[in-house]
Design a protein around this ligand. Structure first.
Ligand code: ADP
Ligand code: DP6
Ligand code: CO
Length: 342
C-alpha cells in the first residue's frame, strides 16, 4: 500500500463534482460481501450524458457532524449513507472533520434511474478533492463501489465493465472502460412512467433476493457467459448481438427478483407496454432494445438515426409521463463550486 497524502492543513477543503448515471446492460444484482459491497457478478454499463448529479463538499476542521442537503432538503436515511461514504474518505485522509454536502440530481431520485450511481460517484470525487487526496480513477471506483455498487461504473464514461474481482479486500472489484462513448455513440430514450421513489431500494431488494430467490445460483452461474457475449458485441459494434444479450440480462434479473419472497415487482403496466413497443419496433427493423433497472422506467437504447422514432413511439404509450433523450457521456469530473446551490 502506498501512503496516502494527508489533507493540506491550509484548506479550503471545498470541491464540487458532476457525475452522470449509468445503465447496466449486463446487470449487477447481489452482494457477496455487504461490508465491502462486493458483487456476486460482474456487470457492464453505459454512462449517460444529459442526466446528472452535481455535488459540493466542504470539510471544516473541528466540525463534528455532517450536514447533507439532497435536492434542497435533508433526510436522515440519505444523510446516514452520505456520512458512511465520507467516513471512507476521512479514514484515508486521517481526519475526523465534519462536512457540509449539497447535491442535486436533475432527474428523479431513487426511482430506477441510477441516482445512487451518479450520486456516490460525484460525492467520492468531490470529497476526495476537498481533502486533497490524490486518488487514481481505479481507487475512486473502489471507494464509490463501497458506497453504491453501480457508482463504481460512473467514474468512467462510455462503455464500462465492473469486475467481480478475486481478492478478499475488494481492491480488484473495480470498473474499467471498455470503449469510449464516441467510438459507438448510441442514444437512449428514457421513458418515465412514475417519478415516485421505489418502495424497496436496490440494496434491500438484492439482499432479499439472495436470501429467498430459488434462482440465485442460476443467476450467478450464467453471468460470465453473458458478460463475454456483451464484451464481444461492444468491441465489434454489433448492435443486434448487444440487443439480444442486454434484453436477456434485464429480463433474467427481473425474473430472479420476482421469484424472491415476497416477490419484487419493480414494473408497472406502462413499463411492460413500453417493452412490447420496443420489441415491435425492432421487429419492423428499427435498431432498438430495452433495459429496465430496479424501478419502472424503461430505457430504450438505439442507433442515433432511430432516436426520434423511438421517442415518438414511447410517448404514445399510455402511462408514459415523459420521454428524455440522452447520449452516452463522460466519467466524473470537477466542476465550479458555484455550479451547485448550497
Ligand atoms: P436508484 O435507482 O435511483 O439508484 P437506489 O435505491 O439504488 O435508487 O438508491 C437511491 C438512494 O441513493 C437514495 O435514497 C439516496 O440515499 C442515494 N442518493 C441518490 N442521489 C444521491 C445524491 N445526489 N447524493 C447522495 N446520495 C444520493
Ligand atoms: C438494477 O448500485 O443501486 O440498477 O450497491 O446496493 O447501492 P447498491 O445497489 P445499486 O444497484 C443497481 C442495480 C441495478 C443493476 C445495475 O445497475 O447493474
Ligand atoms: Co441505485
Amino acid at each position: 500500500m502506498t501512503r496516502e497524502p494527508r489533507a493540506d492543513a491550509h484548506g479550503p477543503f471545498h470541491a464540487a463534482s458532476q457525475a452522470q448515471p449509468n445503465i447496466a446492460l449486463i446487470k449487477y444484482w447481489g452482494k457477496r460481501d455487504a461490508a465491502l459491497n462486493l458483487p456476486v457478478v460482474g456487470s457492464i454499463s453505459i454512462t449517460l450524458d444529459s442526466l446528472w448529479t452535481r455535488t459540493q463538499v466542504r470539510f471544516t476542521p473541528e466540525q463534528t457532524y455532517d450536514r447533507v442537503s439532497l435536492n434542497g432538503r435533508s433526510d436522515e436515511a440519505e444523510a446516514k449513507r452520505v456520512t458512511a461514504c465520507l467516513n471512507l474518505l476521512r479514514e484515508r485522509a486521517g481526519v475526523a472533520w465534519g462536512a457540509d454536502v449539497a447535491s442535486q440530481n436533475n432527474f428523479p431520485t431513487a426511482a430506477g434511474l441510477a441516482s445512487s450511481a451518479s450520486g456516490f460517484a460525484a460525492l467520492v470525487h468531490a470529497g476526495a478533492n476537498a481533502l486533497n487526496l490524490q486518488l487514481s480513477d481505479a481507487e475512486l471506483s473502489v471507494l464509490a463501489r463501497r458506497c453504491s455498487g453501480s457508482a463504481a461504473r460512473s467514474i468512467f464514461g462510455g462503455y464500462v465493465e465492473w469486475a467481480h474481482g478475486q481478492r478478499a479486500d475488494g481492491t480488484d472489484s473495480v470498473a474499467t472502460p471498455l470503449l469510449d462513448a464516441d467510438a459507438w455513440p448510441l442514444r437512449v430514450a428514457v421513458a418515465i412512467t412514475s417519478t415516485a421513489a421505489k418502495q424497496i431500494g436496490s440494496s434491500e431488494g438484492m439482499n432479499r433476493t439472495a436470501r429467498t430467490s430459488p434462482y440465485q445460483s442460476a443467476w450467478i452461474d450464467t453471468q460470465e457467459a453473458d458478460l463475454a457475449t456483451a464484451r464481444d458485441a461492444i468491441h465489434a459494434r454489433d448492435f443486434d448481438a448487444l440487443a439480444l444479450i442486454s434484453e436477456h440480462s434485464c429480463l433474467k434479473m427481473h425474473a430472479l427478483a420476482m421469484a424472491s419472497q415476497p416477490g419484487l415487482l419493480y414494473w408497472n403496466g406502462a413499463t411492460m407496454e413500453c417493452m412490447h413497443r420496443v420489441r415491435a419496433l425492432r421487429q419492423q427493423g428499427v435498431p432498438v432494445f430495452f433495459t429496465v433497472d430496479a424501478g419502472p422506467q424503461v430505457k430504450a437504447v438505439c442507433a442515433p438515426s432511430a432516436i426520434e422514432q423511438v421517442k415518438a413511439a414511447l410517448r404514445d404509450v399510455p402511462g408514459v409521463l415523459d420521454v428524455h433523450d440522452t447520449g452516452l457521456g463522460a466519467g466524473v469530473r470537477a466542476i465550479a463550486k458555484d455550479a451547485v446551490e448550497a
